[in-house]
Write a protein that binds this ligand. Structure first.
Ligand SMILES: Nc1nc2c(ncn2[C@@H]2O[C@H](COP(=O)(O)OP(=O)(O)OP(=O)(O)O)[C@@H](O)[C@H]2O)c(=O)[nH]1
Ligand SMILES: [Mg+2]
Length: 604
């Protein structure tokens, strides 16, 4: 059978999953009148809620008698490692670029990976329906980018399509047409058929699927030979060990699902059921002639965060899994499929140090665990410092901000305070386009300040660059917090009285505990407050309205916002129902003692 394997890559939100929707529709994957909704491939709960792709996924369609395996990839830079892996299944890529934004940091990263694998991309300039879009300029910028990434002459000669995934058309020139036929024809024309190597079986496991019935499923592309049902094979582990195993069941991708087959030949992507113990990167090989494929390299983690059991006074109220055993097992299990994640034991049996690729990467893990019924405490995220040639180095990132010109001064201010240096400033339509180099540390908490400082107008993206010498201290959060004095229920009366002191994270009638962070102080410095006082009974009724109606609704922060908000002496209690920020040391006297001894240590 004729096959094409193609991965769709781009910066976050440039329209990958929307394009896959259109491909599925145009190739009649769905019955007429079938209600399908949008972003079909973003099937995971967290993906649907956030409108982003977290896991890469396979789909397969038939077009003009050719089977096209389509791989949708995540665009957020924290999941860059995932993209790198699944590119191994593809013979070409569609590089999508937003016709207004142009190439962004992650565009550069994913393109670089594709070029290094000698793939010849098809460029799609998407979202030409956007007002003020600049498709021609963007095309030139993409060419520039290929050039700076040392593309070969062949790669530089890329085909370009223009269109709008949202409006359902792509054409080889920037003229609206009826549908995406020109692009599908382009795939048949420009994507090479898989190279079939002669020899015995070789297939690298590049991703992992899970089914409640079948257990863990290994997904990859058969690189050489063929694989059959019931076939015994050698599993070559990434550490070189060889395990004997057998194919229990074999599936290929069909539409959005999988189809059971008895044999898959080189070139096609398949799913193998029945391997007891495997990790991504292992090679499935011929039992008599086990030859491994090159190991998949994964980006090093750049951030770490402490995960501990929940030890707040509200411990065990919401969760099913609350012990350190539960926590440890769950984290270890995660490392089997989440390659960029590392877990280390610590001196304490109740806490683990978890290393990841960024706030979102770690946040998604915590959010997933909380939905599974876990309770835990997480500390503030720390970037990983390294000693290079005896000198302290830290990760730096490339930061891109697009903002209306009137706010560019504010943006530059904020970034330079955090030790960022401006490299490029140019206009892009009616926006200013700013590029900086900034220590990763400086990025933590920057997004919320940036949005406040620019009335929500700033669009920012960043991407790890390299380790560079330590930049010295970077100011943390400027405001202090209000801390609950006792473990009780808040009252409208108290919160109302305290409103001019801070902006609250809790509502009246909410249970809080001693040491919990319940509001942001309007000034620097922390304050312990009593938010649980009942109204004194008087003979007079308070004139005017009820207290509660004058209270500003609480500020709701997402888990990731909390992660960026908390400081060194704070942590987050995460349960299936609640996310609460707290001081690490709940008791006020103990907290004072510790901070005193810490500051005298710093002086001495
Ligand atoms: N105006 C316009 N919006 C589009 C177009 N294509 C996609 N969008 C919108 O852009 C947003 C992001 O689209 P997605 O398809 O989720 O983008 P993605 O590249 O898959 O995003 P990630 O997977 O998170 O990296 C959605 O709100 C889409 O509706 C387009 O052609 N024009
Ligand atoms: Mg997507």
């Amino acid at each position: 059978m004729d096959i094409r394997n193609i991965a769709i890559i781009a910066h976050v939100d440039h329209g990958k999953t929307t394009l896959v929707d259109k491909i599925l529709h145009q190739t009649n994957v769905f019955r007429a009148n079938q209600e399908t909704g949008e972003l079909i491939m973003d099937s995971n709960d967290l993906e649907r809620e956030r409108g982003i792709t977290i896991f890469s996924k396979n789909a397969s369609v038939m077009y003009k008698g050719v089977k096209i395996n389509v791989i949708d990839t995540p665009g957020h830079s924290d999941f860059g490692g995932e993209v790198e892996r699944v590119l191994k299944m593809a013979d070409s890529v569609i590089l999508l670029v937003d016709a207004f934004e142009g190439p962004m940091p992650q565009t550069r990263f994913v393109l670089q990976k594709a070029l290094q694998l000698n793939l010849k991309p098809i460029v799609v300039i998407n979202k030409v329906d956007k007002p003020n879009c600049r498709p021609d300029e963007v095309h030139d910028a993409v060419f520039e980018l290929f050039f700076t990434l040392d593309a070969t002459d062949e790669q530089l000669d890329f085909p370009t399509f223009y269109g709008s995934g949202k409006n359902g058309w792509f054409n080889s020139k920037n003229e609206q047409c009826d549908d995406i036929t020109p692009l599908l024809d382009g795939i048949l024309q420009y994507v090479p058929a898989p190279k079939i190597e002669e020899g015995t079986l070789q297939m690298q496991i590049t991703s992992l699927d899970y089914s409640a019935f079948l257990g863990r499923i290994a997904v990859g592309r058969v690189a050489r030979g063929k694989i059959s049902e019931n076939q015994p094979f050698a599993l070559i582990r990434t550490d070189g060990r060889i395990q004997k195993s057998r194919v229990k069941e074999l599936y290929i991708f069909e539409s959005l699902g999988k189809k059971k087959v008895t044999e898959v030949i080189a070139g096609d992507i398949c799913a193998v059921v029945g391997i007891e113990d495997f990790t991504i990167g292992d090679t499935i090989a011929d039992i008599d002639n086990p030859e491994a494929l090159p190991i998949i390299s994964v980006d090093e983690p750049t951030m770490s965060m402490m995960f501990g059991i929940n030890n707040s006074p509200f411990f065990g109220k919401d969760g099913k899994f609350v012990t350190s055993r539960h926590l440890r097992d769950r984290l270890m299990k995660e490392t089997e499929k989440n390659l960029a994640l590392k877990v280390e034991d610590t001196d304490s049996a109740d806490s683990f140090l978890v290393y990841g690729r960024g706030i979102l990467h770690l946040g998604i893990l915590v959010e997933t665990m909380r939905r599974e019924g876990y309770e835990l405490t997480v500390g503030n995220p720390q970037v990983l410092v390294k000693q290079i040639d005896g000198k302290k180095h830290e990760p730096f990132e490339n930061l891109v901000v697009d903002v209306p010109s009137e706010y560019s001064g504010k943006v530059i201010d904020l970034v330079t305070q955090r030790k960022g240096e401006m490299l490029i400033m140019e206009s892009k339509g009616e926006m200013q386009h700013l590029e900086f180099e900034i220590p990763s540390r400086g990025l933590i908490g920057l997004r919320s300040q940036m949005l406040t400082g620019t009335a929500g107008e700033a669009v920012m993206a960043h991407r790890f660059l390299e380790y560079k010498p330590w930049k010295g201290p970077i100011p943390g959060r400027s405001n202090g917090v209000l801390i609950a004095k006792s473990t009780e229920r808040t009252t409208g009366y108290s919160i109302d009285k305290l409103q001019d002191r801070g902006r609250f994270f809790v509502d009246p009638n909410e249970d809080v505990y001693v040491g919990q962070v319940i509001a942001e102080h309007i000034k620097p410095g922390d304050l312990v407050v009593n938010a649980t006082e009942a109204k004194k009974l008087t003979n007079h009724r308070a004139s005017g309205s009820d207290d509660a109606t004058r209270i500003t609704p609480k500020i709701l922060m997402t888990l990731e916002e909390c992660m960026e908000y908390i400081q060194q002496d704070e942590c987050i209690e995460v349960t299936p129902k609640n996310i609460r920020m707290r001081k690490v040391i709940l008791n006020e006297d103990e907290r004072k003692k510790t901070s005193k001894s810490m500051s005298s240590e710093a002086i001495g």
